[in-house]
Design a protein around this ligand. Structure first.
Ligand code: DGI
Ligand code: FE
Ligand code: FE
Length: 185
């Protein structure tokens, strides 16, 4: 799938606000890929597609988790977690995409221990793109300009604090990723 094909698909699939967020993630992931020596085309493509399934029907996404044999605990932590792994599966069914790109899409909400440089770039770019506006986002932007792994940890800390304040369950993979990256020298 080319970037322009992905662009067309996303423009047709997402509502305007989410489309604008997506363009911000593309721009940010591209800049970070240049800075951190990652494949720019793959970063742009993964960013364009990352929220493909964001507004898909929840019941249908839960069905995909079951029929594809994904970790069934995904069904017990709030529906926000579904769009990343389910989006990767639905895209892989319909289009030809590199596993590196699919991996970044699959991991973009929770991260994953040992995630690749491309995964990390999408994970952080999603949190700091220019349209994001929450307390602490500027600190994340500064960190992302200095250290990719430092920015992954800071993004996870911000996510976990947000989830604690909302009193919702934290998916174990989010915590496992945090532990993995905190231990990375
Ligand atoms: O899709 P975006 O809004 O651009 O960003 P995202 O894919 O990072 O999704 C963020 C949402 O996911 C936000 O509502 C918090 C939720 N989330 C992230 N990690 C966890 C989580 N929800 C639960 N219950 N547990 C998690 O560990
Ligand atoms: Fe997302
Ligand atoms: Fe996003």
């Amino acid at each position: 799938m080319t970037f322009e094909e992905a662009h067309e698909l996303i423009k047709q699939t997402l509502p305007e606000k989410r489309y604008i967020h997506t363009l911000g993630v593309v721009e940010t992931a591209e800049r970070m890929a240049v800075q951190y020596g990652e494949n720019v085309e793959e970063a742009r493509l993964a960013a364009m597609l990352h929220d493909y399934a964001k507004y898909f029907d929840t019941e249908e996404m839960r069905q995909v988790v079951i029929e594809e044999g994904l970790d069934s605990s995904l069904l017990e932590y709030g529906d926000e977690l579904l769009h990343a792994p389910v989006g990767a599966i639905l895209l892989a069914r319909q289009y030809e995409l590199e596993e590196t790109v699919l991996s970044a899409i699959r991991n973009h909400t929770t991260g994953e221990p040992g995630m690749s440089c491309l995964d990390q770039i999408l994970f952080v770019a999603d949190a700091i793109e220019p349209n994001r506006n929450y307390p602490g986002v500027d600190r994340l932007r500064v960190e992302a300009a200095h250290s990719l792994e430092g920015a992954v940890v800071a993004t996870l800390r911000q996510t976990i604090e947000f989830l604690l304040k909302k009193s919702v369950r934290i998916f174990p993979l989010t915590i496992e990723t945090y532990n993995d990256f905190v231990n990375t020298p």
